[in-house]
Design a protein around this ligand. Structure first.
Ligand code: ACO
Length: 342
């Protein structure tokens, strides 16, 4: 950016590089928010056009219903979740120095979802999106931690927002029944809550893929793939059950903690059987300390962890000082975890 383009308003967002050693090294979560579309679609509703049943979906995934967009866009959900988080944090848009969004189902590739949110909120700050499918929330947290470590950020807004209904193949019963729409957000401010993180990406598009459209290049000689979710459910399942507990163990080891020290595990809300399997492996954490709300929302990809966080936060279940692991897996194939002290 040239000096000529810098307004007084933008100048305040230039990062400080000099920091005092007493300054907080990461962030604290000052507030959370969420939003789901109003239309509820039950498992029975799906049986009208899919060869499936409420019993199959409940027993294989734990999902009972999901919220699906009718008139809402992905960014509508993101904007409302952001407003709710700002209110919860008692913060105003002009205090926000950066907006980061994780999404794979926005209505635009450009502009970013973060830029759309910024305009609606009336904030003025750098904005960008990141794409990491269901592990998007953990990437947001880690990216945010890096920016806070660099210094100069007063408050940051992070948002996971998805309208998976835009990209689900509604003719494919093995995937369509699993996903839902929603958004979750958090306002972060300087603090020392973020303790450790761990990331693994296997790579490849064989197990989970969502192609984009080919476009209209007259020179392209490639077959068009459906721009919809493809997932090998069993391979994803195997990846998830082996990787979730490993990531939790890794962040605990990095922080010098044991399973017994953990107060809560906030897992990606994809499948209750996957969460139960992780719970059996992580014997030191009581099963009811795994936060679960997937029965109401299905798999909302990058929105799933912040939807649970907001529900537990507003219900007053997290106490100051609670040690919480957030852990996810998904497209990439990727898996990641982070540890925060509430
Ligand atoms: N209703 C009824 N029957 C179905 C349905 C359905 N909705 N879907 C599949 N079936 C059938 C299959 O056709 C198969 O029938 P067959 O034995 O006659 O061939 C049978 O049910 C069993 O199918 P499986 O795929 O073996 O079922 P499984 O027990 O593995 O459960 C599931 C499938 C729920 C998809 C599971 O594999 C799973 O949860 N995987 C992980 C998915 C996940 O968590 N994804 C998250 C990441 S997604 C992302 O990042 C975008």
């Amino acid at each position: 950016m040239t000096e000529m383009n810098l307004t007084e308003e933008n100048k305040k967002h230039e990062y400080q590089t000099e920091r005092s050693s007493a300054a907080p090294k990461s962030f604290r979560i000052a507030g959370t928010g969420s939003c789901v579309p109003s239309r509820v679609v039950t498992n029975d509703d799906l049986t009208v056009f899919l060869d499936t049943s409420d019993e199959w979906i409940r027993s294989r995934s734990g999902i009972e219903q999901r919220h699906i967009c009718t008139t809402e866009t992905t960014s509508d959900l993101a904007i409302q979740a952001a407003r709710n988080a700002l209110e919860n944090a008692d913060a105003s848009p002009d205090e926000i120095d950066m907006i980061l969004c994780a999404t794979i189902s926005g209505e635009y590739i450009c502009p970013s979802m973060a830029a759309l949110v910024q305009r609606e909120l009336g904030a003025q700050c750098p904005c960008m999106d990141l794409s990491a499918a269901c592990t998007g929330w953990i990437y947001l947290m880690d990216t945010a931690a890096a920016f806070f470590a660099r210094g100069g950020i007063r408050k940051m807004l992070i948002i996971g927002a998805e309208a998976m209904s835009r990209i689900v193949n509604w003719h494919d019963r093995s995937t369509a029944v699993l996903f839902g729409d929603g958004a979750g957000a958090a306002v972060l401010e300087p603090g020392d809550q973020y303790l450790a993180s761990s990331f693994v990406t296997a790579g490849g598009d064989e197990v989970i893929a969502i192609p984009t459209k080919n476009g209209i290049s007259p020179w392209l000689e490639k077959e068009e793939k459906l721009p919809l979710v493809f997932m090998d459910g069993q391979e994803t399942y195997k990846f998830a059950v082996s990787n979730l507990p490993k990531r939790v163990d890794e962040v605990l080891a990095k922080a010098g903690l044991r399973e017994e020290d953990l107060d809560w595990v906030v897992p990606h809300q994809a499948n209750k059987r996957i969460i139960d399997s992780a719970s059996r492996r992580l014997k030191g954490v009581p099963a009811d300390h795994f936060c679960v709300n997937l029965q109401k929302y299905g798999n909302t990809s990058a929105a799933s962890i912040p939807l649970v966080l907001d529900e537990w936060n507003r219900a007053g279940k997290f106490q100051r000082g609670d040690l919480i692991v957030m852990v996810a897996f998904g497209g990439g194939l990727s898996s990641a975890a982070c540890l925060v002290c509430w």
